[in-house]
Each structure stands twice: as structure tokens, then as C-alpha cells.
Design a protein around this ligand. Sequence first.
Ligand SMILES: NC(=O)c1ccc[n+]([C@@H]2O[C@H](COP(=O)([O-])OP(=O)(O)OC[C@H]3O[C@@H](n4cnc5c(N)ncnc54)[C@H](OP(=O)(O)O)[C@@H]3O)[C@@H](O)[C@H]2O)c1
Length: 369
Amino acid sequence: MATIIMTGATGTVGSVLVKKLLKGGHKILCIVRSAPNCSAQERLNHAIGLRSENAVAVEGDITKSLCGVSADDLSCLSSTNFEIFIHAAASTKFDESCREESFLKNFFGTQNALNLHRFIHAEIFHYISTVYVGGACDKLQEDGQCFVEGRNPYEESKRQAEFLVLNSGLSYLISRLGIVVGDSTTGAIGNFSGMYGFFIPFHILAERERVKIGLTGVQYGVELPLIVKRGESTLNIVPVNWVADMLFNISFNAQCVGKILHVIHPAPPLVDWVIDQSFDILGIQGIRKTGSVTRQFSAKQRVVNPILDLYQDYITHEAVFAVENLPRLLGGDYCPPAKITKRLLELLFQYATRYNFGRGAEQPRLAAV
Ligand SMILES: NC(=O)c1ccc[n+]([C@@H]2O[C@H](COP(=O)([O-])OP(=O)(O)OC[C@H]3O[C@@H](n4cnc5c(N)ncnc54)[C@H](OP(=O)(O)O)[C@@H]3O)[C@@H](O)[C@H]2O)c1
């Protein structure tokens, strides 16, 4: 049994990983923010959907020195032998208006986590990064610093945070993830950002149209005369349960120390295929694709234009990501992710629409270990 310290345990990836670690018999100490009327421990229990004496929350905030951990807790942490520090907390927003937040959490947050790691003498620092640190590069290797600037504050702050880890002099692991989507068997996910964010305004418009004729639900097809840019690249989506399995295996594999691993889909679908299938599943018809950026100023088009602008880089370009280290270093502990089929997308969107993309009824937390 290992003792692990972790940030980001209440997030999409972290909450699934904590449950996997608990199942493996490990003890996890999680640095979690409290909320008004909700302690850090309550927030952790809620995120993972259970209470366990092996999942302990310590109140903290990664934007503060030594992650804002109190002096008493610091002394307790210093006397514990942590085999692994998993740093998964971040801001995953990528719009320009969130630049300050991106750097505060992703760059300075990583600096604070590294300093806490040093203070408590943890052994290995496992940094959860993204393959999109590669920005507009054509091929992203797994062999050290990426020198191509990020296309937005998220990519750039994560890229610069990787520099901190690579130059820290500590024993590190860097796992760069693809775009995380729901569980491949249930569709469940904690947070509807990433790929889901693109579809939210279209779904809202479609539901408004249905309400006008007294219907609700994606089974009723509606025409939306909107224009989106034609996709030209692949979209590297990976189910969260597979990501957690791989992060678990990476964390305990001595061969992975000092390495960057791409936790990605080896056979990603084309983004255009994902968009077409997803609109079909969401009961949305009549969307036209264009090669150039076309501006239509109908009221409906104005609703979706900001999201089209925001996601444009992810629709038009994706690097080829090297995928050698993960299968090679994990050996028999590697398995490929589920194939991205229309059936899988249906499962993901069934879950997303049941909970109105996180905008309505509260989601159930994932089943207890
Ligand atoms: N999701 C993806 O598609 C994706 C793709 C590639 C890489 N990644 C990387 O994977 C990691 C996990 O992402 P995710 O999708 O799980 O993100 P998420 O769902 O947005 O969760 C973010 C986590 O960070 C925590 N956090 C944010 N600000 C904090 C602060 N000031 N102090 C302490 N904790 C703070 C959040 O805690 P609260 O609950 O308190 O907000 C939450 O636990 C990140 O490093 C991300 O860059 C994610």
C-alpha cells in the first residue's frame, strides 16, 4: 500500500483516479478547497461519492504558497512518507479572458505544488499535463520540453508548467492527456467542459425550438439553419475510466520516472465525423459546413459564434502525437482505449443530456468502491 498526496481530487480526472487508487488499497491525502458551508472533506466525499478513511482531505489552495496548507497540517504532512505526489489541479478554461486564472492555477499552482513536494520530501512528482501543450505544432514528441508556444492561455500555462517540472531536479513523471470524455461503459463524467462545451449552445438552441412546439428531448429532430467551420483534423478524445487506469499504472511504474507519456487515443476519429455524429445524436439537423470563416448574423448564429471562435483551433488543427512511451513502458499493464464509435458518443451524450450538460439536475456521484 502506498501513501499518495494529490491535488485536483474533486475534478473530472482526479475523482475517478482517487476511486481507482482506493480500490488498489492505497491511502490518498487530497489537497482540497473548502466552500462556504462545505468542508474540504465533505467536498471530497461528495466528488468521489463515498467516505473512506483512506481518502483524507486537507484544506488548501494551489494558488497560495505551499498550496495554502496550514502550519499544523504541514507538520503532519512532513512526518508522512509520500511515495507519489499527483498534481492534477488546474484551470481547464482556454478563453483569453481567463488568462490570469490560467497562469495563476496552472503555472504558479504547479510552482506551489513543487515547493510543497520539496517541503514534505515526497518521492515522485506526477504532473498531469495535456498533449495540447504542443499548440500548433505538427508532431508532438515525448522527449522533453515543447518549444512551440501554446495557442491560448491554457495551452501556454500548461506548457510553461511542464518546464517547471522538467527543470525541478526532482524525480518526475509527466502524463499528457488527450481530451477527456465520459466513462466508456456508463457515459458518466464529473464536468462538461472540453468536447462537451462545443455542443452546449447548439443543444440549448435545439431545446428552445422544441419547447416552442411543446416537445423536449433529443429524440425530436429540429432544424437549426447554422453554419460551422468544416473540421480538418482528428480529435483525440479518451474515456475518463481508461485515463484513470493508465494514470494509476504510470504512477506505480518505476520505468516511467523521468519520462513524458502521451495518454491519448492511438486511433482518434476525425473531428468532422465527431461533429456530424454528435449533432445527429442531439437531434440537430440542418447545420451547414463551410471551408472559410463565414459570418451569418442571424440571432441563432450569434449565439453559437463565440463558441465556434473559441474552438476553432481544435477543429482545424491537431498535431500527430507520438504514442510510444505508454505501451512500451507499461508493457502488459497497457491496454488501448475503447474505440470511438457512434455508440460510445451516444452513451456520452445520453449522460450529458440527462443532466443537461451540468446546467440542471444534480448529477449522481459515481458508485461507491
Ligand atoms: N479534462 C480534460 O479534457 C483534460 C485534457 C487534458 C489534460 N487535462 C489535465 O488533467 C488535469 C485534471 O483536469 P480535470 O479535467 O479533472 O479538471 P477539472 O474537472 O476542471 O478539475 C480541476 C480540479 O482542480 C482543482 N482546483 C482548481 N483550482 C484550485 C485551487 N485554486 N486550489 C486547489 N484545487 C484547485 C478543482 O478543485 P475545485 O473542485 O475546488 O474546483 C478540481 O479538483 C488538469 O491538469 C488538466 O490540465 C484535462
